[in-house]
Design a protein. Structure first.
Lengths: 193, 237
């Protein structure tokens, strides 16, 4: 058997290695969001009950919610599950002079909506998270001559979380940021039929 | 006779050629003890199977190693670099590439959405040299318009680094500015007068700049380096 013969004989196996490696790599990258055990949703699930607004402790070294989170932002979270009815998120911004930022995430942490208190309507944030079917049910009950007073967001999937961040404008001013955050609430609406 | 001769001639050499060749071959497979024949029949098959199995295992190993490396090194697409400041403006969204999604799932990072603002990370100074914990740095100059912004010292993996003054970042409301609005922030492990952001004296770090409520969100890919703060190296010890 010459060296060339041996090389040609090994070629199919080398080819197989490359193909299997490529497939494994692609599949494992795609599977990562489904198998990751320390993703944002899991971390939040350990800290917050579903459909309730939970204030998170201020970030300290070794006790942060997630990497690359701003220590100047005090955070509150609403982990939602709209399987049994829409979830309403409210915040009162009538005397806010700092900054409140809201981000809406699906179960995999991807953002489907983001806004700051600038987007408030008459000094209030009023967001209804619902499924397409729930949206249709809610719209059927809307009075015809009035525009809805709330922002209605159809969520991708039943579960996810809303992160509310309140800026600690100056160090030592965490109380004011906490007060702003404490105006937020999150609750499941009774299913309307 | 003629035809017979030809026949015999034709068969003769063939028979003479094939006879001795076939003979030993057949004889070997027929007369040999069972073991060699077993090996002769199964070996190529078994060997192929074994080789295929090894090839598959090696392939799976390489594939998983590549995935681990990609996630550990935080490989992502869609990087926008403006001077030393790097940003992944689309990483928060569902249309982010699979590598970004995999990295974020693994680290648990929650990127800022464009509706809230923009975030940048600097791991190098403006000349392209890695941030050196033995050196001081000065951040200042221009900054894109934003309602608030913050500058934070973090570990390269995005964790807070403990320091004695428990100050990890500065907000735009805290800093002292010159009368024309210009500012300079000293990033140093030693206390500085004016705007001082403590940095670790012995560990590598990165700087995170976050612009909240900024019109630059809509043009994240078009920010010019001149609109972003400079990041200059000062004295080194």
């Amino acid at each position: 058997m010459s060296a060339l013969d041996r090389l040609l004989g090994a070629l199919p196996y080398a080819f197989a290695v490359v193909i299997v490696a490529g497939l494994t790599h692609i599949l494992s990258i795609l599977a990562m969001p489904y198998v990751a055990t320390r993703d944002a949703f899991t971390r939040i699930g350990e800290l917050a009950q579903a459909n309730r607004f939970t204030l998170l402790p201020q970030a300290r070294p070794g006790a942060e919610l997630a990497p690359f989170s701003d220590p100047a932002m005090l955070m509150g979270v609403c982990r939602f599950n709209i399987a049994d009815g829409p979830v309403r998120l409210r915040a009162d911004l009538s005397n806010v002079d700092g900054l409140l930022a809201f981000s809406f995430h699906d179960r995999f942490g991807a953002t489907f909506y983001g806004m700051t208190d600038r987007s408030s309507l008459r000094g209030r944030i009023d967001v209804l998270l619902l499924t397409q079917a729930q949206l249709e049910a809610v719209e059927a009950l809307d009075p015809e001559d009035e525009l809805p007073q709330d922002l209605r967001l159809v969520t991708p999937g039943r579960e996810g979380f809303v992160l509310v961040r309140s800026l600690i404008v100056e160090q030592g001013d965490a109380d004011a940021a906490r007060k702003r955050l404490a105006t937020a609430s999150c609750a499941q609406e009774a299913p309307k039929r | 006779m003629f035809s017979l001769q030809r026949l015999s001639y034709g068969a003769g050499p063939e028979g003479a050629k094939q006879g001795p060749k076939r003979g030993p071959l057949r004889g070997a497979s027929r007369n040999a003890i069972p073991q060699p024949s077993f090996r002769a029949a199964l070996d190529p098959c078994l060997l192929t199977l074994l080789k295929s199995l090894v090839a598959t295992l090696v392939g799976v190993g390489i594939g998983l190693a590549a995935t681990w490396l990609a996630v550990e090194r935080d490989v992502r697409f869609g990087l926008v670099a403006t001077g030393p400041w790097t940003s992944w403006p689309r990483s928060a969204y569902r249309d982010a590439d699979p590598y970004t999604r995999a990295s974020l799932a693994r680290t648990g990072e929650i990127p800022l959405s464009l509706g809230e603002g923009l975030s940048f990370v600097a791991r190098q100074d403006e000349t392209g040299a890695a941030l050196d914990p033995r050196c001081d740095y000065v951040v200042g100059g221009a900054i894109p318009p934003a309602r608030y912004w913050t500058l934070t010292v973090m570990s390269p993996k995005g964790a807070l680094i403990p320091n004695a003054s428990e100050r990890y970042g500065l907000t735009s409301a805290e800093i002292v500015r010159a009368s024309n609005g210009a500012f300079e922030i000293a990033v140093s492990s030693r206390a500085r007068p004016g705007n001082w952001l403590p940095a670790p004296p012995d560990a590598s770090y990165a700087l995170a700049l976050r612009l909240y409520d900024t019109p630059a969100s809509s043009s994240a890919t078009a920010l010019a380096a001149s609109q972003m703060p400079h990041l200059r190296r000062g004295a080194c010890s």
